[in-house]
Design a protein around this ligand. Structure first.
Ligand code: BGC
Length: 249
């Protein structure tokens, strides 16, 4: 069995577990702790150190981060503390854990997991768009099974606004929208993506994928739509996969 440790760092919670990267199964209990507020590098690095050390882990570690990650460095910070911009997240976590750490965008990680083990594992055709609808909108674009990293499609401008400010699941909660009030926003957004990419498949993830039967049938698109399957574990599993790949696993 080839194992890696996955950390899923989100705006409200950090989830961690070790993963069998050949099956996508968690090999330890999933641990969840609240994301420190403010979520500064100093505060977060302490939590990451503790989660890895408590498990006595010394192997490869993958960590998701809700930002553009280029060569391990955070280039944006839409939903985390702005002091992350320009931070070498990879280097910081590697020093804190004493393990080889691979950091990647959270939606890219969820996409890798869905493509390998989840809703897109037998994806038809070439172009697959995997979206996470949560605090923001994360995106993972795959072409011929290969990830095009950091696509940030949640920040497309639609009707003069950042798409995620209009259609993220957090907007539904904040504005107390019903499914039928929220779905037209998702529809407008997905129709726009459909026009840009002509995908073969959309996979829709994030917390709302648990209730997909309430809203996915209301969408009217040419592209097949599947709800994500890995739910709470997608980030952890995708981070572990990325770490194992980085270490030649
Ligand atoms: C960020 C992305 C992230 C997404 C989901 C967006 O606001 O810009 O990097 O993937 O939220 O967390």
């Amino acid at each position: 069995m080839s194992e890696a440790f996955g950390l899923d760092i989100g705006g409200s919670a950090i989830k961690a577990a070790s993963v069998d990267v050949s099956t996508g199964e968690l090999t330890s209990t999933r641990q969840t702790v609240a994301t420190p507020d403010p979520s500064t590098p100093e505060a977060l690095v302490g939590v990451v150190h503790r989660l890895v050390a408590e498990r006595g882990w010394t192997g490869p570690v993958g960590a998701t981060f809700p930002a553009v990650i280029k060569h391990g460095i955070a280039r944006t910070a839409a939903n985390v503390d702005r002091s992350w911009i320009g931070t070498d997240v990879d280097g910081l976590f590697t020093r804190a854990t004493n393990c080889p750490v691979t950091v990647l965008n959270d939606a890219d990680a969820a996409g890798l997991a869905e493509l390998r083990f989840g809703a897109a594992r037998d994806a038809p055709g070439d172009v697959v768009v995997i979206l996470t609808l949560g605090t923001g909108i994360g995106s993972a674009l795959f072409v011929g099974g290969k990830l095009v990293p950091n696509t940030e499609l949640g920040h497309l401008e639609l009707a003069g606004r950042d798409a995620e400010k209009d259609a993220a699941a957090s907007v539904k909660d904040r504005q107390h929208l019903t499914w039928s009030e929220w779905v037209p926003r998702v529809q407008r957004y997905l129709s726009h993506l459909e026009m840009l990419f002509t995908p073969d498949l959309f996979v829709l993830g994030g917390g709302v994928s648990k209730e997909s039967d309430q809203w996915v049938p209301l969408l009217d698109l040419r592209t097949p739509v599947r709800p994500a399957e890995l739910l709470n574990d997608a980030g952890i599993v995708g981070a572990a996969l990325a770490a194992a790949q980085q270490c030649g696993g």
